[in-house]
Design a protein around this ligand. Structure first.
Ligand code: URA
Length: 284
């Protein structure tokens, strides 16, 4: 039974799609199949995002004001493919987690801020797309810009060393930055640059669904957690970050400038290791 309310809703949706430039609705179910991201062998993550198939059946709504008899006479898709209405399919598409590949594709050859002009490479991120631990740095330096990879210069070598010391393998984590292009002279990213780039950072984290996000330095803490106090005050503590936790610590470049402070990084990374040793609850 199609009520007046439902008719109005359908009309509103059709108008919405029309405004988006969509004139035709496929009369048959269309399968949207997506290749899953690389799944590391031995991963104990149970998240399955393989080959999602979203039948778009009620998209067969007649474009003209066809009568319900005409609609009933129209070919019907197989029952199995009729499981989602147009509205449900749209909601499912919105609710579905993006993959890192999709975020990367959307970023494209980004020119959303002025950093694009001076970069050699976009440094999107590197590591396990199902990592339990994500590191967020500030922005690529010269070496990272050259290679298109995060933390490969001196700060990266220090990061690798401290990770190794606490028994975390770099290939098991994911590493990215607040901004994906090198700020000139390695200056701190400016507000407009962070505003343009950070939505992609949050989408990366959302795609990975880590248990813990480690913010390296004040700009990462400010962007990820919105906390503006000094890093030495905020460091070493866990904060709520959606379903995950976040830990603030100093940036490895700070330790390179203040070698006696290396103990801070060691202490905080030991906390990370202890956190990751805790079993996850069945629901997480
Ligand atoms: N510093 C950062 O913040 N990020 C990098 O990728 C390298 C150095």
């Amino acid at each position: 039974m199609i009520t007046d309310g439902l008719k109005d809703e359908i009309a509103a949706w059709l108008e919405f799609y029309h405004d988006l430039g969509i004139e035709e609705f496929c009369p048959y179910p269309r399968a949207v199949t997506e290749q899953a991201d690389f799944q590391p062998s031995g991963s104990n993550r149970s998240v399955e995002r393989e080959a999602e198939t979203v039948p778009m059946t009620e998209a067969s709504l007649p474009r003209s004001s066809a009568s319900s008899e005409q609609a009933a006479a129209a070919p019907r898709p197989p029952a199995a493919a009729r499981s989602l209405s147009l509205f449900e399919a749209e909601a499912a598409r919105r609710d579905r987690c993006e993959t890192l590949n999709e975020v990367r594709e959307d970023l494209g050859d980004c020119h959303r801020c002025k950093l694009a002009a001076g970069r050699k490479h976009i440094v999107f991120g590197q590591g396990d797309p199902r990592a339990e631990l994500v590191f967020v740095g500030e922005g690529p330096g010269a070496d990272e810009d050259e290679q298109g990879l995060p933390f490969v210069g001196r700060a990266g070598q220090l990061l690798n060393r401290v990770l190794h010391e606490v028994g975390i393998r770099r290939e098991d984590v994911y590493i990215c930055n607040v901004v994906k292009c090198r700020p000139p002279g390695n200056r701190t990213p400016e507000r407009d640059e962070v505003e343009a780039c950070s939505p992609f950072l949050f989408r990366q984290i959302e795609a990975i669904q880590p248990r813990l996000v480690c913010c390296l330095g004040a700009p990462a803490v400010k962007t990820v957690l919105g906390l503006k106090e000094g890093i030495l005050k905020l460091r070493g503590r866990f904060y709520d970050f959606g379903a995950a936790k976040a830990l603030a610590t100093v940036h490895p470049a700070y330790v390179l400038r203040n070698p006696r402070e290396e103990r801070i990084l060691r202490e905080d990374f030991a906390k990370i290791k202890a956190f990751l040793r805790q079993p996850t609850s069945p629901a997480s």
